[in-house]
Design a binder for this molecule. Structure first.
Ligand SMILES: NC(=O)c1ccc[n+]([C@@H]2O[C@H](COP(=O)([O-])OP(=O)(O)OC[C@H]3O[C@@H](n4cnc5c(N)ncnc54)[C@H](OP(=O)(O)O)[C@@H]3O)[C@@H](O)[C@H]2O)c1
Length: 321
């Protein structure tokens, strides 16, 4: 089968390989024939995700169930259209076929394409886990979402307003403000505004998807006993060093957490229903054929992309597995 391959995780170089072994499902594994696979540009930094030095990358796919392991007894059916988030530590989604575990796979939203569905698993699950589990957002609370126009941020805006009934301030470039308001943001701020952090005070939750300077500034916006939830890469020094955040000295009662998203098939099924009901909007996508995978990865790592990158594995120009 064909697959994208990372030649060396230490100096990430991506290539295409047309002669990889097709995996065989064991135990309760689910083999998916991948139609499209999503690319999160920064996933190249998720070193803990890669099982070998030259792995097949990719944690999110949309496709069709091709086979089950002998012990599978769940509700999914052969040839069913599904989408999946493959857990950190496993990956291998950017290939003709990928093995998934039961909790990673859910029915694909029926009204969108495989390309659109492949872009969704990580953003949906990350935003949901941030807002509901870690942020404990409730109706009437105020939340600042940074990187609000990005893949994760777009869903954070929608979930914070629609699942939690919160009031959202979206930090993003001004070209995306109208769209973010349509998704539910109550207020928008351009990150190019000097000292933007002084325009926001007393938020209950910061959900930061950017990191670095933006995360540092966001400490000024959160209320004394508020919460900061961060996911941006590279992870902040207090995660890597497992120490305290420097800012915590001045803000001793702020709770702060960085997390790595987990698969959750139940949430993905609920999200499918919400998408089909039109209550949440999906992302714009930028599809690349498999043979342009290197270009796809370079594009996915650019800013101001205006669409999440997906790689197609079933295009007419591809040789069949
Ligand atoms: N820990 C986890 O489990 C987890 C899960 C998912 C994602 N992530 C990480 O979260 C981050 C966001 O992921 P994503 O898929 O949403 O990425 P994305 O689609 O590329 O979105 C990134 C967003 O951040 C904005 N941004 C980037 N640099 C910025 C800066 N210096 N100042 C202000 N805004 C900035 C971008 O705005 P412009 O387009 O205007 O530049 C864009 O809206 C990535 O680092 C990703 O690796 C982590």
């Amino acid at each position: 089968m064909k697959a994208v391959q990372i030649l060396d995780v230490s100096s990430p170089q991506v290539t295409t390989n047309y002669s990889m072994a097709k995996p065989i499902p064991q135990k309760a594994e689910i083999l998916i024939r991948v139609h499209s696979a999503g690319v999160t540009g920064d996933e190249i930094l998720w070193l803990q995700s890669y099982p070998t030095l030259s792995p097949i990358p990719g944690h999110e796919v949309s496709g069709v169930i091709s086979a089950f392991g002998p012990d599978y007894s769940g509700p999914l059916k052969l040839h069913q259209e599904v989408y999946a988030m493959i857990a950190p530590g496993r990956c291998e989604g950017q290939a003709d076929y990928v093995l998934c575990l039961e909790d990673e796979v859910a029915p694909k939203p029926t009204l969108i394409s495989h390309e659109e569905a492949a872009a969704l698993p990580i953003p949906i699950l990350t935003a949901w886990e941030a807002v509901i589990d870690h942020g404990k957002l409730e109706s009437g609370m105020r939340v600042l979402v940074t990187g609000a126009s990005g893949a994760v941020g777009t869903f954070a805006v929608q979930f914070a307003t629609r699942l939690a009934g919160a009031s959202v301030i979206a930090l993003a470039s001004s070209r995306t403000h109208e769209h973010l308001k349509q998704l539910g943001a109550h207020e928008t701020i351009d990150y190019n505004t000097p000292n933007w952090e002084n325009r926001v005070r007393g938020v209950d939750l910061v959900f930061d998807t950017v990191g670095g300077d933006v995360l540092t500034k966001s400490w000024e916006t959160v209320k004394d006993d508020g919460v900061i939830v961060a996911v941006g890469d590279p992870a902040p020094s207090w995660v890597v060093g497992r120490g305290k955040a420097v800012e915590a000295t001045e803000h001793p009662n702020v709770r702060y957490v960085y997390f790595i998203v987990s698969p959750n098939a139940e949430r993905m099924s609920k999200a499918s229903a919400m998408i089909d009901a039109g209550s949440i909007k999906v992302l714009a996508v930028k599809p690349f054929p498999f043979h342009k995978a290197e270009e796809a990865w370079a594009y996915a790592r650019q800013r101001n992309r205006g669409g999440k990158v997906v790689i197609d594995f079933t295009g007419a120009d591809e040789s069949e597995a």
